[in-house]
Design a protein around this ligand. Structure first.
Ligand SMILES: [Zn+2]
Length: 210
């Protein structure tokens, strides 16, 4: 096992700082110049693992103002956790010693909306592969449909996005023996966040201890 590179809370501070630069339209020189240092990246040392949505408006490297080699990014529609996502997180945590995992959802997520639409009219045209994504998002939305949120679509979508992030983060914390052990014994931290497309702000709302 590789020695942890950077404690989770320091990696989190780095992402918060990077996001602050992004929201104020500033870019770090390190990130800008990283493309001139390709040859020095024979070995990667990412400070964080980010599981984000494939949405074209939510690229982790840009949102956190990071450069080449800084982030190990897994992107899939709806930032769902299927076995290959768990395996990717395990891979980076074990091989590179990265100790921060961020599950990042975002406002106006098409995958959340598609899931809601599918629940409303199940006979839709989605393919089996597409349904495999919907089926992983659905359990986060179903309990909300039984609350008063069912009558407020905008609020429902907002809460569903966050619920989906919480479920994905919990899945990573408890769905892998390797990750569970790293959390208990080796400082691995899994946090949930939401990226706001309007403001550019990333709110780390789950697992940071306030
Ligand atoms: Zn999305």
């Amino acid at each position: 096992m590789i020695r942890p590179l950077l404690p989770a809370h320091e990696a989190l501070a780095r992402l918060r700082e990077g996001n602050r630069r992004f929201t104020t339209n500033v870019r770090s020189l390190d990130a800008l110049l990283s493309h001139t240092k390709r040859a020095e990246l024979g070995r990667q040392t990412p400070c964080a693992i980010v599981l984000g949505c494939s949405d074209s408006r939510a690229p982790a490297e840009i949102v956190f103002d990071q450069g080449l080699g800084d982030l190990f990014v897994i992107r899939v529609a709806g930032n769902i956790v299927a076995p290959s996502q768990v395996g990717s997180v395990e891979f980076a945590a074990e091989r590179f010693g990265t100790r921060l995992v961020v599950v990042m959802g975002h406002t106006l997520c098409g995958a959340i909306l598609a899931t809601l639409e599918h629940m409303e009219s199940p006979g839709g045209t989605s393919s089996r592969a597409l349904r495999s994504i919907v089926d992983r998002v659905r359990p986060s939305i179903e309990p909300l449909m039984r609350t008063e949120l069912a009558h407020d679509r905008a609020a429902l979508l907002r809460e569903a996005t966050r619920a989906n992030v919480r479920v994905a983060a919990d899945h990573l914390r408890h769905g892998s023996q390797l990750l569970e052990q790293l959390i208990l014994e080796d400082g691995l931290l899994v946090v949930g966040a939401e990226y706001d497309l309007d403001t550019g702000n990333v709110d780390f709302f789950d697992g940071t201890g306030g």
